[in-house]
Design a protein around this ligand. Structure first.
Ligand code: NAD
Length: 391
């Protein structure tokens, strides 16, 4: 069995989620290549050293460039804010490393294009961490759609709602700074439901949207008097038309009181409907129009059977899994992809496609008109070559 030397840049929220996944993946899945957690990277030496110990890394670095010089590191995982993705990912690809990059791929479409170019030139494995594709219930939805169980798809209706910034005294963290985050709810939450829409329904042809920043000033520090300006959206909503003729609605906000992580979609086809809500992620609700009326209606499928995607590696039926498992599944497919020499979807091409929709929404907000996302050049020879993520 071969070992893949892993380095992780960023050690807070996603740093923890990714570290946990690298620790767990080989304990539950049969892998040809196992991850070896070589180094975690951050700028504060004391903090990153302590984190290396607590999260199970062999060592640490305080400059990501050091990771690129090391022969014992094969994979660089970028789990830092959006303004650093382009620099770190491109440098890692140029150094011949495989790259997993957090979402959204970049802060601008131009950056995303350069990252896709670098991935194509490098020929190493690339992947974007849109982890919600790897919820078993989402995979089941994909299977039912591929089997034609819903017929012709007519509607995609997705919301991603949180409330963590509801308090106007919540401080001006990096997520409120366009230079660092790229955008607000649109890129943070909207990117996830755009990627799910691409995965489940197909390419988006055009969009028209609106955004709002309801709380424009926030304290620089918790409890402080000095304030700074929010330069991103608090909320975004847009209509879409898909290339296959389906209609789509998307809404992303961090100002929906009571909604903690309500990432939910409904798909309506000519023969049935599917409903998913991340806060009940072990379930998929389904309606099939050809069920007998007497016993028909929406059914709730517990997606915890051993034959459901990924589930056989975990617990007996009904013994539910959670948020962190989506990252374990991501790492499993990434490691398999490295072994097979094939980038698992969502690749940087898919990341570009998502970025193109974010870009089109922002342009449509400016122009107040329907706007087409720029098309992705299909160029990555290591990619799956299929927007829907079929391997
Ligand atoms: N896949 C998901 O579900 C999901 C969820 C949350 C965040 N994210 C994405 O993950 C990325 C990180 O978000 P987070 O929530 O972990 O943020 P965070 O604030 O919790 O952690 C960011 C980390 O990056 C480090 N960092 C910042 N600038 C750096 C630099 N210039 N060089 C090196 N390290 C730097 C910080 O020290 C910190 O360790 C973002 O792109 C975000 O959109 C994805």
């Amino acid at each position: 069995m071969s070992e893949i030397g892993v380095a992780l840049v960023g050690y807070k929220f996603m740093g923890q989620a990714h570290s946990n996944a690298y620790r767990q993946v080989a304990r539950f899945f049969d892998l040809d290549s196992t991850p070896r957690m070589r180094a975690i990277c951050g700028r504060d030496e004391e903090a990153v050293k302590a984190t290396a110990d607590s999260l199970g890394w062999e060592g640490y670095e305080t400059d990501y460039r050091r990771l690129l010089e090391r022969d014992d590191i094969d994979l660089v995982d970028v789990a830092t804010p959006g303004n650093t993705h382009h620099e770190i990912a491109v440098a890692a690809l140029e150094a011949g490393k495989h790259v997993l990059c957090e979402k959204p791929l970049a802060n601008t479409l131009e950056e995303a294009r350069e990252m896709l170019d670098a991935a194509t030139t490098a020929g190493t494995i690339n992947m974007v961490c849109f982890n919600y594709r790897r919820v078993p219930a989402v995979q089941l939805a994909k299977k039912l759609l591929d089997e034609g169980r819903l017929g012709e798809i007519r509607h995609w209706r997705a919301v991603y709602l949180q409330d963590f910034i509801l308090d106007p005294e919540f401080p001006l963290i990096w997520r409120f700074d366009k230079e660092v985050a790229g955008s607000g709810a649109l890129g943070d939450l909207g990117a996830h439901i755009i990627d799910l829409a691409h995965f489940l329904v197909g390419p988006i042809e055009k969009v028209v949207g609106t955004t709002e920043t309801f709380i424009r000033e926030r304290p620089l520090e918790p409890g402080g008097d000095e304030t700074g300006t929010v330069t991103v959206d608090d909320a975004a909503a847009f209509l879409a038309r898909f290339e296959n003729g389906a209609m789509g609605t998307f809404e992303a906000t961090r100002l929906a009181p009571g909604r903690k992580n309500h990432n939910s979609f409904e798909i309506n086809g000519s023969k049935g409907s599917l409903v998913f809500d991340l806060e009940r992620m072990n379930e998929l609700r389904a309606y099939f129009a050809d069920d007998p009326p007497e016993t028909g209606g929406f059914r709730t499928i517990m997606v915890t059977e051993p034959d459901h995607p990924y589930v056989g590696a975990w617990w007996p039926p009904g013994h539910i899994i959670g948020y962190e498992h989506t990252f374990v599944h991501t790492m499993k497919d990434l490691l398999d992809g490295i072994g097979a020499g094939k980038s698992p979807a969502p690749t940087f091409e898919d990341g570009f496609r998502c970025q193109a929709v974010l870009d089109a929404v922002e342009r449509s907000v400016e122009s107040k008109t329907w706007t087409r996302p720029e098309r992705a050049p299909r160029r990555d020879p290591t990619g799956s070559g299929d927007l829907l993520g079929r391997q």
